[in-house]
Design a protein around this ligand. Structure first.
Ligand code: FAD
Length: 160
């Protein structure tokens, strides 16, 4: 299968945008990710998928905990920062939930401990057991076909 065709098809699946955050003894780290899903209601569990080349993989393995932060429509810059698309260094003030760093004013922040991990192909799936959740009254950032969008009422509008 042609890899461009695969990427194009996967990009047709409209998602939100998250920043996965974790803290080791050395520092707090974040990474933009849209490969996130709810896995189980009882017990409450979620799954994220982290690329083999991503530095975050080893950092989550070291800490055993992470947060998933569903970004708001005014947080596109954070998505770009944590995807390495903005090159200059920026200080981010993280808040904490269950001892795990979270992004302030994200639509939802979900603090998790790693329950299990599975290496498949070039990504590792981390199953997270949910420890706590923080919700904010914000609208979500949307990602479709490689572009950021925002919901406006019933419509999704393209962001610059
Ligand atoms: P780094 O490259 O070290 O970190 C990424 C960036 O975040 C760097 O610029 C770094 O300076 C900055 N940063 C990290 N911590 C901090 C901090 N504490 N304060 C300030 N800046 C900091 N990849 C996946 O594996 N899975 C996915 O589901 C996924 N989905 C994506 C969805 C979108 C919309 C986009 C744009 C990218 C996605 N990626 C995904 C790609 C991924 O975000 C990048 O490959 C990322 O650069 C990998 O980060 P890293 O862990 O290697 O860490």
């Amino acid at each position: 299968m042609d890899s461009q065709k695969f990427r194009k098809a996967m990009g047709k699946f409209t998602t939100g945008v998250t920043v996965i955050a974790t803290e080791t003894e050395k520092n707090v780290y974040g990474m933009t990710a849209n490969a996130f899903m709810s896995l189980s209601l009882d017990p409450q569990m979620i799954v994220i998928s982290v690329g083999e080349k991503a530095k975050l993989k080893g950092r989550i393995q070291e800490s055993g905990k992470f947060s998933v932060n569903i970004l708001a429509d005014n947080q596109q810059e954070l998505s770009m920062l944590f995807a390495g698309q903005i090159k200059e260094k920026k200080e981010i003030d993280f808040a904490y939930l269950e001892g795990t760093p979270i992004i302030p004013k994200a639509v939802a922040s979900i603090a998790c401990e790693v329950s299990s991990e599975y290496l498949e192909g070039d990504h590792t799936l981390f199953v997270g057991k949910v420890l706590d959740i923080q919700l904010e009254d914000e609208e979500p950032l949307v990602f479709y076909s490689g572009k950021y969008r925002a919901l406006q009422g019933e419509e999704a509008v393209l962001l610059k």
